[in-house]
Design a protein around this ligand. Structure first.
Ligand code: ADP
Length: 484
């Protein structure tokens, strides 16, 4: 029995103390004695006994209180209580506060050594278990820490800018790429500050305020030096918002060059096309033309007209995208709708389409470019007419809300396949189910989208194959307060 373990005895009664000393040293324990509470505290601080034995009413105090305050400070310390007589109630309370065991008279040497041994063994077992648990928890914490460090390193090194704000719009994280983009020095302490104070960029402010409830998938942040960032903002539950940003300046430059190229080519094509059309028109005036020649002339005229329409659409799109129509005025929306319908009325009656027009009693004022808004309606209503078979229905609904107007143009046409729907606003895109013989350049909706965006609005389509399509346009209203 290798027992160099130290047993600290806090026992008042001299005879009992001697009995314990004899019994324990006989089985090779070291025994230390505390004669009062101060000595007990001191011994506990200076040594780490394998077991502390406290007698009932030690130093005139309650043994349970002494044990409880000791276990408060040294929770893993094994403690044995020596009671004057058997008391299940005290034993229950003692076990409850974490005492290892209790001894009571009559005291026999073998009872003392057995109980002391058992208490120490139990404490060892608990100690082993605790050590194993601590090791396991430390390993798992280390693993989590490694993972967090990896994540930290990734966020620090990625080329994309990352900004995370809490629900009160205070900065939680801004990585070096985002710092560089917004011109913030690496060593500036900015975490925890309001994002509007640290990064007072209007595009970022709008993006964050719009994303609080729904994620805004695509947005642009433009800087005075010409740089453009594409930004995505996503709400993170219980944290706030995360903004990721990529530099798309070079893509914007390529897009501008491409648009300039298309604009130049379209412009240069217009004059020869006008000349071709002019000369073809003159053909039957310079001599007799037979029926077949008439037919050929007619086909040339149709083809040249559709190329001219395409070139005109391209030039229009170029102008809208370049923002040449930035001047806006208060627009009488109802007048524009009725005027568009008057112009298209012939086509509606030719196809025997039923038109339903639902306008609100009071039509709100809109601030915009009347020519472009007319073009928007012409294209959307024109498409509804073009794609809806004879006898079908076209419905135009307008709804005015406090700060926006919602325009819906629905038809009972062929609908648009779901796979095509995300692309129909792209230039030259035509859906896979365009009915045979229905012409078009695929530019109309690209023009519409650009016009809507120039008016800070939104457009989307809902469509069911074989049942029809609804195009919804939302435009912000003219409000004095907004000073728009
Ligand atoms: P297009 O000159 O081909 O009509 P648009 O840009 O106006 O070009 O429209 C793009 C495509 O979207 C069309 O080719 C067509 O496939 C689809 N589309 C647009 N409007 C409708 C509609 N009202 N019903 C069905 N398909 C439509």
């Amino acid at each position: 029995m290798p027992k160099s373990d130290l047993i600290l005895c806090a026992l008042d009664d001299q005879q009992i103390l001697q009995l314990f000393e004899r019994a324990l040293t006989a089985v090779s324990y070291q025994v230390a004695i505390a004669r009062d509470r101060a000595a007990l505290d001191k011994s506990l601080q200076e040594s780490s006994p394998a077991l502390v034995i406290i007698s009932q009413n030690f130093d005139g105090a309650n043994e349970l209180e002494i044990a409880a305050s000791m276990l408060d400070r040294f929770p893993t310390q094994p403690v044995l209580l020596l009671l004057l007589k058997e008391s299940p109630e005290i034993v229950k309370k003692a076990i409850h506060i974490g005492v290892s065991d209790c001894l009571y008279a009559p005291l026999r040497v073998e009872d003392i050594t057995k109980t002391v041994e058992n208490s120490i063994k139990r404490a060892d077992r608990i100690g082993d278990y605790t050590r194993r648990e601590v090791k396991r928890t430390t390993a798992s914490l280390q693993h989590r820490l490694d993972e967090l460090q990896k994540l930290d390193t990734i966020v620090e090194h990625i080329e994309d800018g990352v900004i995370i704000v809490d629900e009160q719009s205070n900065l939680l994280l801004i990585n070096p790429a985002a710092r560089r983009a917004f011109g913030i020095w690496q060593d500036e302490v900015i975490n925890g500050k309001p994002v509007s104070e640290v990064l007072p960029h209007p595009d970022l402010r709008i993006l964050l305020s719009e994303s609080v409830n729904t994620p805004v998938p695509h947005n642009e942040i433009t800087f005075e030096d010409g740089r453009v960032l594409s930004a995505q903002c996503t709400p993170i539950p219980r944290i706030g918002l995360a903004v990721t940003m990529q530099d798309i300046t070079y893509l914007k430059q390529i897009d501008r060059l491409k648009n300039e190229f298309v604009h130049t080519v379209s412009h240069d094509l217009r004059s020869p096309l006008t000349a071709i059309l002019g000369y073809v028109d003159l053909l039957d005036r310079v001599g007799p033309v037979n029926d077949q020649q008439h037919e050929f002339i007619h086909r040339i005229q149709n083809s040249v007209q559709s190329i001219t329409a395409l070139v005109n659409d391209l030039l229009e799109l170029g102008r809208i995208e370049a923002g040449f129509d930035s001047q806006k005025e208060v627009v009488p929306l109802e007048g524009i709708i009725r005027y568009a319908l008057e112009t298209l009325g012939g086509q509606i009656s030719d196809k025997k389409l039923n038109l339903h027009l639902n306008l609100p009693a009071e039509i709100p004022q809109l601030r915009g470019n009347p020519i472009r808004l007319r073009q928007l309606l012409d294209n959307l209503i024109g498409n509804a007419i073009k794609y809806t078979p004879e006898g079908g229905e076209i419905t135009i609904d307008m709804e005015a809300q406090s700060d926006q107007v919602i325009l819906r143009i629905s038809d009972t046409g062929p609908g648009i396949p779901p796979a095509d729907q995300p692309h129909i606003f792209e230039k030259f895109y035509r859906a896979s189910n365009v009915p045979k013989g229905v012409g078009g350049s695929g530019l109309g909706l690209a023009i519409v989208k650009s016009i809507v965006e120039n008016h800070q609005g939104r457009i989307w389509v809902e469509s069911l194959l074989g049942q029809g399509s609804t195009f919804t346009v939302v435009l912000p209203l003219f409000t004095q307060a907004a000073g728009q």
